[in-house]
Design a binder for this molecule. Structure first.
Ligand code: SF4
Length: 1016
């Protein structure tokens, strides 16, 4: 019998499941078998792109059919890892390997749709209708609620009754356009996924080192001698990046994992030790105490490059769990005593002998003396001998020739003390001299593919691009006060104090916003920017929505119903909105919050009057643009295919919306019309700004000829800037994001570079472009001693050559500042040094202190029983009511992510749905036995706020811990399920955690909360 190829496939599909051999059917497809299969990529077009999921930023090769012939529509038919990529080297994890199914997911959105109020169905509409209707909603709400001036007559130009959430995987070019769009409208009620994930990283690392970013790079992890993984699970969440930890291990490095669960990183580590979720500061504070007690300090580094010698204001104190300056009524600290003692020139006093009782070193020593090994064991549940082994391993890196690193992620950030968790480790790394060193650093492993970029672009309530602050109505009522408050003076002689350039960054930014309308006479249009009164983070936004104070909600590439804590509160808040606009490539639970899905979403559509628009956008594979990976590389990616149906790029959706709104204000006027009409929107097609135009704006260009003091022309009008050093404060330059300046110069698109030459220690400066100024390891001046000689001859990054700093990395320093100038490596800090004492930079203390999670299994804090939880927590009354107690909810719940899934995206992807199809929770054997639960049983996990039902995985991976004399059980809760899915439907795990955030950044406390457990 002979079969054609098509017949063969039909027979195969139907028959092979039932029989092991086609020969038994008497079928023998000789011709088909003899046919040589054509190589499927022969006529394919190949383009380079970047994985859209996590922030390792793995390189992709995408192949599309459609060779450019007329009428041929390109469609991606194969994706594989880019073997040239310096980090991923051809590897992809199960998520990256399933990207083809993401692009072709049946849950991709193809057409604009609306769900009319009270109805139970989507209705397809045209783009024209969608844009017109959304623009009308926005104008009506803005006109009714725009605040032009505050009670003191200060222009504030803000619109609070419509809020916007921005995407975490969209390109920088979409991000920067969104920034312009929002601020012109006066939107400050805005937030991004960065808040959910790594907000505390920025707060902690900026407070310590000057910048809030991962210090080193993925490949550089291979240079470490010791790797502590705590507050993260990179083998699972960043699998391809983690290969560099394994490379280090192959060369002899030791990997130790400290985590509530024996996870997949632990499975390949040298040692694992358990810890109670929410007790990390006890552990790390114990490490500080041990290092001091055992003199494992890199003294030359500490004395030269940290503020150990600085003398602290005599009003500073700490007693019974409270720092000086606490105002109980306000629930806030007055931080004025958390400061240095200054001399008559305004410089910080120091004591190089470290004998002054109020020098930072002695205050720190006294603060952590309470964190003895016994206290650590008693409060964390970590065995004492294991804890002491970690101390010893870290202590070994206190010498110049051994370096340790830390890999962490949301296990540290998602706590009410998230920023302080990270601060504690940052202090340890300073004490050990591990910052600025190859193989060292504090490596914040970012989660989403461009969440670093979105943070850099300031898509947060109170931020502007490049970590400039959005003006505040009280502190910065005018431009002079803004510059005065944000342009610090050096606190030690001879420091670079890079923020002294704030006027150049800000004027160049304002020229980007307002173009020709920004003049010296009108302070570059400063007054047109919105000014904030308080931070409108996600928790604040949801509270306002919940209280009925919000009418509109624009959601771009975000799924807040699944991502924000306390899903039942979020759902109730959405139901109070007048309109919601969801821009996304996929179906999301947010857009369908009004649908009834039984117990998992028990709502009545008829009672929900929110008008919901669902606008389909392109995904990564269908656009050009750049995204920033965790180690700050801006990697350009190229479009490989057309989007499905009528989906459009985000830039076009925003462009059309802005053009429609501008037309409405031109024709009809309205409050605050000038901030829209004065905006610079100079794009070739105003309804569709191109990625190239926007990328060039981020870099910046000369607006007139730029000359040096002798009159020599350095740059001609219209030329792209070579970098941020060219920025001016006289209106002659523009740049949308000063830290990205250098990304697209006169030499072209630096982000598109693909030279993977390793110039030493795994450094590949020719691959893409890294902010700032293509520096790959931050604070690399600190890899050499005070005299400019490398600490370790085997790890030379840069050194002083006699007339300049040079080496295998771009100096993160003034290249010609000789060591004898006294300039120090932490150039963003006015002190020039790293901060062991954070002064007034954080709201909850200059030294990290242990406070219990808001829902504590102990119900007390043995360190200071009168102050159990952090005194600086912001707690809304509606959330206070929704907090549980340990007698009713006796177990600790902690959420996490699996290798096979990415947040709530991959449930739309067949390959990943097959790999992990069903929702489960992890329960220790002892607890399971106590509750009569067997593996595979369905269990109900509940908190004060809601419940989920899932399969029980009974495991040795989660053990009961002895803490403060009682047994503490922990339950592991993976995140990834919902009702918009090609996998099995599941419950939203965020029904469980409370809507309470980190004191400094309001990143929610997902990692330690109280639950109950029962057999369902
Ligand atoms: S999810 Fe992360 S580790 Fe996996 S392929 Fe994508 S970028 Fe790489």
């Amino acid at each position: 019998m002979q079969l054609s190829r098509r017949q063969l496939f039909k027979v195969s599909a139907g028959g092979l499941a039932a029989t092991s051999s086609m020969a038994t059917l008497g079928l023998f497809p000789t011709a088909a078998l003899a046919e040589v299969r054509q190589y499927k990529l022969t006529r394919a077009k190949e383009v380079r792109n970047t994985c859209t999921y996590c922030s390792v930023g793995c390189g992709l090769l995408m192949y599309s059919l459609g060779d450019g012939a007329k009428n041929a529509k390109a469609e991606i038919m194969h994706i594989e890892g880019d073997p040239d990529h310096p980090v991923s080297r051809g590897s992809l994890c199960p998520k990256g390997a399933g990207l083809l199914d993401f692009i072709h997911s049946p849950n991709r959105l193809k057409y604009p749709e609306v769900r009319e109020p009270g109805t139970n169905a989507w209705k397809r509409i045209s783009w024209h209708e969608a844009i017109e209707r959304v623009a009308r909603h926005m104008k009506a709400d803005r006109d009714a609620n725009f605040v032009a001036k505050n009670a003191n007559g200060v222009p504030v130009n803000r619109w609070l009754s419509t809020s916007m959430l921005t995407a975490s995987a969209s390109s920088n070019e979409t991000g920067i356009l969104t920034q312009k769009f929002m601020r012109a409208l006066g939107i400050i009620a805005t937030d991004a996924q960065a808040r959910v994930c790594h907000g505390p990283t920025v707060a902690a690392l900026a407070a310590t080192f000057g910048r809030g970013a991962m210090t080193n790079s993925w490949v550089d992890i291979k240079n470490a001698d010791f790797i502590l993984v705590m507050g993260g699970n990179p083998a699972e969440a960043h699998p391809v990046g983690f290969k560099w930890a394994i490379e280090a291990k192959k060369k002899g490095a030791r990997i130790v994992v400290v985590d509530p669960r024996f996870n997949r990183t632990a499975a390949v580590a040298d040692e694992f030790m358990p810890i109670r979720a929410g007790s990390d500061i006890v552990f790390l504070g114990g490490v500080i105490n041990w290092l001091i007690a055992n003199d494992k300090i890199q003294w030359d580094y500490v004395k030269a490059f940290t503020n150990a010698t600085f003398i602290v204001n005599e009003g500073f104190s700490f007693s019974e769990g409270l720092f000086s300056g606490y105002d109980e009524a306000k629930g806030r600290y007055d931080r004025s005593s958390w400061s240095y003692e200054l001399d008559d020139k305004g410089l910080a006093k120091t004591d190089p002998t470290l004998s002054h009782p109020r020098c930072v070193w002695n205050l720190m020593k006294a603060h952590y003396a309470r964190y003895t090994p016994d206290v650590v064991t008693d409060l964390t549940g970590t065995p004492k001998d294991a804890f002491l082994r970690v101390c010893a391993h870290l202590g070994e890196t206190a010498v110049a020739t051994r370096v340790g690193t830390i890999l962490y992620a949301l296990g540290w950030t998602q706590h009410t003390v998230g920023a302080q968790n990270i601060r504690t480790m940052a202090m340890i790394q300073l004490m050990l001299g591990n910052i600025g060193m190859p193989g060292g650093g504090v490596n914040a492993l970012r989660g989403h593919s461009n969440i670093q970029g979105l943070s850099d672009l300031g898509l947060l309530s109170t931020s502007l691009p490049g970590y400039l602050t959005l003006p505040n109505e009280q502190a910065h009522p005018d431009f002079a006060s803004y510059l005065a408050k944000n342009t610090p003076k050096a606190l030690q002689p001879g420091q670079l104090n890079y923020w002294s350039n704030t006027p150049k960054f800000m004027v160049s930014l304002l020229k980007w916003f307002w173009g020709k309308n920004a003049t010296a006479e009108n302070n570059w249009g400063y007054d047109w920017l919105p000014k904030w009164d308080k931070m409108y983070d996600i928790l604040q936004l949801m509270e306002m929505m919940y209280q009925g104070q919000m009418n509109g909600f624009i959601v771009q590439g975000f799924n807040p119903l699944t991502s924000l804590p306390d899903f039942n509160k979020t759902s109730a808040a959405f139901a109070k909105l007048k309109y919601m606009v969801v821009i996304d490539p996929m179906t999301t639970e947010t857009s369908s919050f009004w649908q009834n899905h039984g117990e998992a979403n028990n709502v009545d559509p008829a009672k929900i009057q929110t008008e919901v628009f669902r606008l389909p956008s392109t995904c990564f594979a269908e656009e050009d643009g750049s995204i920033v990976n965790s180690c700050r590389w801006l990697q350009w990616h190229w479009k490989g295919a057309e989007p499905p149906g009528e989906a459009k790029p985000d830039q076009e959706i925003l462009g059309e919306l802005f053009v429609a709104l501008r037309k409405l204000y031109q024709d009809e006027g309205g409050p605050g019309a000038e901030t829209i009409l004065n905006l610079s929107w100079p794009y070739r097609d105003p309804a569709s700004p191109s990625p190239e135009e926007l990328a060039k704006e981020m870099n910046g260009r000369a607006l007139s000829d730029i000359t040096d003091p002798t009159g020599k022309v350095l740059l001609k009008k219209g030329e792209q800037l070579p970098g941020f050093a060219a920025l001016r404060d006289d209106g002659s330059t523009m740049s949308a994001c000063w830290i990205f300046s250098g990304c697209w110069t006169e030499a072209g698109n630096q982000m598109g570079r693909r030279d993977n030459t390793d110039v030493g220690l795994g450094n590949t400066p020719g691959w893409s472009w890294s902010w700032p100024a293509n520096r790959r390891i931050l604070y690399n001046r600190a890899s050499s001693d005070a005299q400019g000689k490398p600490w370790d001859p085997k790890r030379v990054l840069i050194s002083w050559t006699g007339d300049k700093w040079a080496g295998i990395d771009v100096p993160d320093f003034k290249a010609d500042a000789a060591p004898d100038t006294g300039m120090n490596p932490f150039i963003m800090n006015p002190e020039g040094v790293g901060r062991l004492f954070a002064a007034d930079k954080l709201v909850d203390g200059p030294f990290p202190e242990h406070y219990e999670p808001m829902e504590s299994p102990l119900g007390t804090n043995p360190l200071h029983p009168k102050v159990v939880t952090s005194p600086a927590v912001r707690l809304f009354a509606s959330d206070k009511e929704r907090l549980g107690k340990h007698d009713e909810f006796p177990y600790v719940g902690t959420t996490y992510r699996l290798t096979e899934h990415f947040q709530f995206w991959t449930k739309n992807v067949r390959l990943n749905a097959i790999a992990q199809p069903e929702q489960f929770v992890e329960i220790g054997e002892t607890l399971a036995a106590e509750k009569g639960i067997k593996a595979g049983d369905t269990v109900k996990v509940s908190s004060k706020r809601g419940f989920i039902k899932a399969k029980a995985v009974v495991t040795k991976r989660v053990k009961a811990l002895k803490v403060n004399g009682k047994t503490v059980h922990q339950i592991g809760i993976p995140l990834h399920w919902g009702w918009e899915t090609v996998a099995k439907k599941g419950y939203l795990s965020n029904a469980l955690p409370p809507a309470i955030g980190d004191c400094n950044t309001q990143t929610p406390e997902y990692k330690a909360f109280l639950v109950n457990l029962e057999k369902a």
